[in-house]
Design a protein around this ligand. Structure first.
Ligand code: SF4
Ligand code: SF4
Length: 315
């Protein structure tokens, strides 16, 4: 413990934010742990009630904890939100089969968890604190909290947008049982823009939020069933995820390639041709995606996507 700053909230908060940057995060903000605002809680209820979460049943579970972080970690007072840039420096060419950028490198869950736990250890070196680190691993409304922590806003495409960085970021949270200085929530800067809505090949972005049933990202990653014929026709070259609503977003003109080594694509991945993908064996799949988030779709899921993509193009 560092007695000089253990009881100085401002100094402690600044030290934590500085350490977050040193660990490789691009942004760090802090929100007070409270119940989620009624407007957002009601929107979530409607979204789930209307079945827009598709087969993501976990979204409907643990609703109480999702709507109040103090039920997820007893004594939680502060939510430290961080964002890590994953925008790849080298990208697949337009004639190649496409993967969402976030899936180019190693699985981010482990990387984020490790760095968040390092941040927790650092906090505990400064002040008597208990905490828990989360990255897509618990019922946490991560974009809501990131907006409350002032690091960006949830755009119409549902992604968190950083004003000077765009939306190619992984998000993570550190729940702490100590009081910190809290940031001001960021207001939306989408204005009258609707570029993401117009760019979506599936008309999945609606006034009531994202309809996962239509979203290519859901259909090619989380979906356990077949790819509907209409979606297959609109897949184009996208065989794992879809970034169209992010590529169209004008704020992504600020995106800078990530310097994080673990998030860089391998040479073998960047060289893959449509013919290579069509003949992908399970053993090559394992080599290409060792420690990658693509494992989520499994070999059979990726082959299902490749077959649907080819069928959609009449091959
Ligand atoms: S990920 Fe693709 S399909 Fe899904 S909302 Fe964005 S543009 Fe539409
Ligand atoms: S494309 Fe426009 S409307 Fe969509 S998230 Fe970006 S700024 Fe907002």
């Amino acid at each position: 413990m560092n007695p000089a700053i253990a009881h100085d909230r401002a100094a402690l908060t600044q030290a934590l934010k500085k350490q977050a940057m040193e660990l490789g995060f691009t942004a760090c903000g802090v929100a007070k742990a409270n119940a989620v605002a009624a407007l957002h809680a009601n929107a979530l209820s409607h979204w789930i009630g209307n079945g827009r979460h598709a087969g993501m049943d976990y979204m409907a579970r643990h609703r109480d904890k999702r709507l109040d972080p103090r039920l997820l970690m007893e004594g939680c007072r502060s939510i430290v939100c961080v964002a890590m840039n994953y925008y790849p420096a080298e990208r697949l060419g337009s004639t190649q089969l496409q993967f969402a950028y976030y899936a180019y490198g190693k699985d981010y869950h482990e990387l984020m968890r490790t760095k968040l736990n390092e941040l927790l250890a650092y906090a505990q070196g400064l002040a008597p604190a208990h905490g828990r680190a989360f990255c897509d691993t618990a019922p946490v409304l991560e974009r809501y909290w990131a907006q409350q922590a002032g690091i960006g806003w949830a755009g119409r495409n549902t992604q968190l947008i950083l004003p000077k960085g765009g939306s190619y970021f992984f998000l993570g949270e550190l729940f702490l049982d100590i009081e910190l200085d809290y940031d001001t929530p960021m207001l939306s800067r989408c204005g009258t823009c609707r570029a993401c809505i117009d760019a979506c090949p599936m008309q999945a972005i609606t006034a009531a939020g994202l309809d996962a049933n239509r979203c290519l990202s859901y259909l090619t990653i989380e979906n356990k069933g077949s790819i509907p014929p209409k979606a297959a026709c609109r897949m184009g070259n996208r065989i794992y995820g879809c970034d169209e609503c992010q590529k169209a977003c004008p704020w992504n003109r600020f995106a800078q390639p990530t310097a994080i080594r673990e998030l860089q694509p391998s040479e073998a991945f960047l060289r893959m041709t449509p013919g290579n993908w069509a003949q992908l064996t399970e053993s090559t799949y394992r080599t290409l995606f060792r420690q990658s988030a693509v494992k989520r779709a499994k070999y059979q899921g990726l082959m299902r996507n490749i077959a649907a993509c080819r069928k959609g193009k009449g091959e």
